[in-house]
Design a protein around this ligand. Structure first.
Ligand code: ZN
Length: 216
């Protein structure tokens, strides 16, 4: 288990990221959820409480099996999706799930968001679509992990929303914002013409450049 200080800072990060998600129009009300890995457990937003009413001290902590070990509030109903992705991708330290409108539009079309903006490289070569399963189900947890290969940091959840991951919850939130931006640009460009899609090689170069920038 991580120490008290780490739990406290991760719990505060959960509440701050949740508030930022609402302020950035990535979700409304109590929708969406956020989590951060700490040691072998996961600090996750509680179920059905508006982000501006959450006391960080009550934010639940669960094991990778989804069992609550701390915090007074019940964990998000999407906990299986979060814990399954942490179990399958050791490089991930933070997850943000949103219902942002432009990205959710492509999710409902079952269409990946292609590389029509260079910023897509933050998420991968494209933002793929994970198959449909009911919210909160083990199947959805499996489909989401399947869509997130090692080079992909975001996927759409068909007929539902977005899952973005990163080394930290702040990085995952940044990726969720970028996914929504890329979806909006692709939507707008498609509405008035034929967007030009960057080649795989061009996206590879962008990904390498972003990695270099991050490691500076
Ligand atoms: Zn959702």
């Amino acid at each position: 288990m991580a120490d008290e200080f780490e739990f406290r800072s991760k719990r505060e990060a959960i509440v701050e990221t949740g508030l930022a998600m609402v302020e950035g129009d990535l979700t409304t009300g109590t929708g969406g959820n956020v989590s951060a890995r700490t040691g072998d457990s996961v600090v996750i937003s509680p179920s059905a409480v508006p982000y501006d009413e959450i006391d960080p001290a009550d934010v639940p902590v669960v094991t990778l099996d989804g069992e609550r070990v701390a915090g007074d509030l019940p964990p998000s109903s999407e906990t299986p999706m979060h814990t399954n992705v942490y179990a399958g991708r050791e490089d991930i330290g933070g997850i943000v799930h949103t219902h942002s409108p432009y990205a959710s539009t492509f999710a409902s079309l079952d269409e990946p968001i292609p590389a029509s903006s260079y910023l897509i490289a933050y998420a991968g070569h494209e933002v793929p679509v994970a198959g449909y399963a009911p919210p909160g189900s083990e199947e959805l947890a499996e489909y989401a992990l399947d869509a997130l290969d090692e080079e992909t940091n975001a996927c759409l959840l068909r007929n539902h929303g977005v899952l973005a991951v990163g080394e930290t919850v702040e990085a995952a939130h940044e990726t969720a914002l970028i996914v929504e931006h890329c979806a909006r640009i692709h939507y707008q460009a498609s509405a008035i013409g034929d967007p030009v899609i960057l080649s795989d090689q061009e996206v590879d170069e962008l990904i390498a450049g972003f990695e270099e920038y991050r490691n500076q």
